[in-house]
Design a protein around this ligand. Structure first.
Ligand code: NAD
Length: 336
């Protein structure tokens, strides 16, 4: 298939070229993200390939349908940026990479927790400047703490296992509880309110859907224990950022670690180091010493990039050969 690959970075090209050698697909790489303004680039292609911050809304899909695009191949698991109903209406298949490395994301979640807790980022800078003082580097023992996992799917389960290994009590909340996880004593399911009230560390691993949009808001954040740690490696819009800033400013929220951000489309995956950043909420967040932000890098391991390229190309081949589309995502996925 002739595929227009949008939002391409050097590492995408590298891994797709390596994996694409044995396929018949012709890939053309564009640095621009897909959105209404750039959709013209897809003219003459059979498929588009997109990532988390491409805007595949109804209008964009309308343009793609006009070019007879047959497939939207997501190089990610989340599909909140695609209007699935509109794609279905135009008979465009939406294919994704359901799991490229759930370990990568779960391990990065741990990195955020340990960094926020033990302040290794600050210690690194201090020692390099000859400052060996321990003042204000106090952390807490993670062993024995209660960890709340919201969304106990592939990543949530691996994360629960990691935290169990550190000696934590793990509790979970999921719209569809997995009884096997309780049977294996990995975690105990509780209500969302119980999870908020009991957890010392809360980590978000559910998808972004209409039901989970701002699942962490003024109401839910104030149900959390004073001083608790909140981690989000899932999707930015799960957290109402302004509510988080209010809770941080009042000292209620103890720590915030985010790899995803509500308005990340304007910032992430770009080098803005020589630019004036005008995003007030991000500037506000960065002014707190107990906030750690990474730029959507939880997935970013060589294992995951290989898998993303392999599965994406496999999805396109399956479509071309009329095989069963095991990684197809339909509009029922957002109807809960
Ligand atoms: P998954 O589908 O295996 O698990 C998601 C879980 O969330 C499921 O158990 C589901 O039942 C549950 N869920 C759905 N709606 C819910 C709700 N309203 N309340 C509570 N739970 C709900 O997905 P996964 O592979 O574990 O990935 C989870 C999310 O991680 C993805 O949706 C994606 O947004 C994010 N992600 C982020 C990165 C990154 O680099 N930061 C990489 C990959 C995935």
């Amino acid at each position: 298939m002739k595929v227009a690959v949008f939002g391409t970075k050097s590492y995408d090209k590298e891994f797709f070229k390596l994996e694409g050698i044995n396929t018949t697909h012709e890939l053309v790489f564009f640095e621009s993200r897909l959105r209404v303004k750039t959709a013209q680039l897809a003219n003459g292609f059979d498929a588009v390939c997109v990532f988390v911050n491409d805007v595949v809304d109804a209008e964009t899909i309308g343009i793609l349908a006009g070019f007879n695009i047959k497939v939207i191949a997501l190089r990610c698991a989340g599909f909140n940026n695609v209007d699935l109903e509109e794609a279905e209406k135009h008979n465009i298949a939406v294919l994704r990479v359901p799991a490229y490395s759930p370990y990568a994301v779960a391990e990065h979640t741990l990195a955020l927790i340990l960094t926020l807790n033990r302040k290794t980022h600050k210690a690194y800078n201090r020692v390099r400047e000859g400052n060996f003082s321990l003042d204000r580097l106090t952390g807490f023992d993670i062993h024995g703490k209660t960890v709340g996992v919201i969304g106990t799917g592939k990543i949530g389960q691996i994360f629960a296992n990691i935290m169990k290994g550190l000696g934590c009590k793990v509790i979970g909340f999921d719209l569809y509880p997995n009884k096997d996880l309780e049977k294996s004593k990995l975690l105990k399911y509780v209500t969302l309110n119980e999870l908020l009230e009991q957890s010392d560390i809360i980590s978000l691993h559910c998808p972004l859907t209409p039901q989970t949009h701002h699942i962490i808001n003024d109401h839910t954040i104030w149900r959390m224990k004073k001083g608790a740690m909140l981690i989000n490696t899932s999707r930015g819009r799960l957290i109402d950022t302004e509510a988080a800033i209010r809770a941080l400013a009042k000292g209620h929220l103890g720590y915030l670690g985010i790899d995803v951000y509500e308005q990340e489309e304007k910032l992430f995956f770009r080098d803005l180091s020589e630019t004036l950043i005008r995003d007030e909420k991000m500037l506000n967040l960065m002014s707190f010493p107990n906030v750690l932000v990474t730029g959507h890098q939880a997935f970013f391991t060589d294992t995951a990039l290989t898998q993303i390229a392999r599965v994406t190309l496999g999805n396109l081949t399956a479509y071309e050969n009329g095989e069963e589309l095991v990684n197809k995502v339909g509009s029922e996925a957002i109807k809960g």
